[in-house]
Design a protein around this ligand. Structure first.
Ligand code: R5P
Length: 310
């Protein structure tokens, strides 16, 4: 078994390989002057099962193309199996036609990864679980909920928790966390008047004097979560903690979060934000390296991955 890292998240790859006590495959990945990407593998991988780690985070197109080129290079170098380990699976939010004459990017990206030569996918908190069906190969969708639940039990002292789903899409994930920490569930009725803008219409559930835990898969502009925190505080919530799997944090997100009613934002390292978040004390990162390493080990040994979440 070998681990090859793309350039999107080198620290996470290093930490995963450290847990697995293995070295990363020696590669030369660079860009030509015109922006084209070049991938070269500098060691023999014939007959090996190779796990390629690459998130399709910003710059999404370059990182996706790099993933495809790594898979292609491995296939042409006679790797036995190629597993695309995609901690953050970008383009997943366009998973159906919401308005006519639009593309379904999640399906196109799955076709590209399939055609490049991957035999298996490992990812974390897919935006919509159904995207697994866009692939005709095994997909292991790992969950961050146990990681978040452990953090909450250890670090947030409260007898009055409520888990809040920031929109209809996040209800299943929120319910799973609420069950794990033995909390009630509230739901926010969010509308998107236009792409990139969100509005809280209503809160279903009683949040008065409660310590609210919001959980979502993605924070992008921050609008969804900041508006949710405002609405919860207006309804009498005592505090608002936010847990996010994939911190896209585009534009002024970090500045706006700093000024917001959110007490603490806890994210994972599926996307490398180490430079971006240096100046804020409101954001904390939990690493998923150990979880990913354990999943890779189990896949490699043909043992159960789902039992990781029991
Ligand atoms: C949408 O369904 C996602 O789960 C997130 O709620 C959304 O991507 C967050 O975007 P933003 O931070 O820009 O409101």
């Amino acid at each position: 078994m070998k681990i090859l890292s793309g350039t999107s998240n080198p620290t996470l790859s290093k930490n995963i390989s450290r847990y697995l006590r293995t070295k990363l495959v020696n590669t030369n990945i660079k860009k030509f002057a015109d922006g084209e990407i070049y991938v070269e593998i500098n060691e023999n991988i014939r007959g090996n099962s190779v796990f390629v780690i690459q998130s399709s985070a910003n710059p999404a197109n370059d990182n996706l193309m790099e993933l495809l080129l790594c898979i292609d290079a491995l296939r042409r170098s006679s790797a036995k199996n190629i597993t695309a380990v995609i901690p953050y699976f970008g383009y997943a939010r366009q998973d159906r036609k919401v308005v006519p004459r639009t593309s379904i990017s999640a399906k196109l990206v799955s076709n590209l990864i399939t055609n490049a030569g991957a035999n298996r996918i490992v990812t974390v908190d897919l935006h919509a679980g159904q995207i697994q069906g866009f692939f005709d190969m095994p997909v292991d969708n790992l969950f961050t909920t146990p990681l978040f639940a452990r953090y909450i039990k250890k670090n947030i002292k409260s007898k009055n928790f409520i888990c809040v789903s920031p929109d209809a899409g996040a209800i299943e994930r929120t319910r799973a966390l609420a069950t794990k920490i033995n909390a009630d569930l509230a739901i926010i009725d969010k509308r998107r008047p236009e792409p990139g803008k969100s509005k809280v219409m209503n809160i279903i559930g009683n949040v008065k004097d409660k310590d609210c835990i919001i959980i979502d898969d993605i924070i992008d502009s921050g609008g969804t979560i900041i508006n949710a925190a405002d609405a919860l505080v207006k309804k009498g919530a005592k505090s608002v903690y936010v847990f996010i799997s994939h911190a896209v944090l585009s534009g002024n997100a970090i500045k706006n979060i700093q000024k917001s009613k959110i007490k603490k934002l806890i994210i994972t390292d599926t996307i490398d934000n180490s430079k971006k978040i240096k100046k804020t004390n409101k954001i904390q990162v939990l690493s998923i390296a150990q979880l990913m390493a354990e999943a890779i080990k189990r896949i490699s040994n043909s043992t159960s991955v789902s039992s990781l979440f029991n």
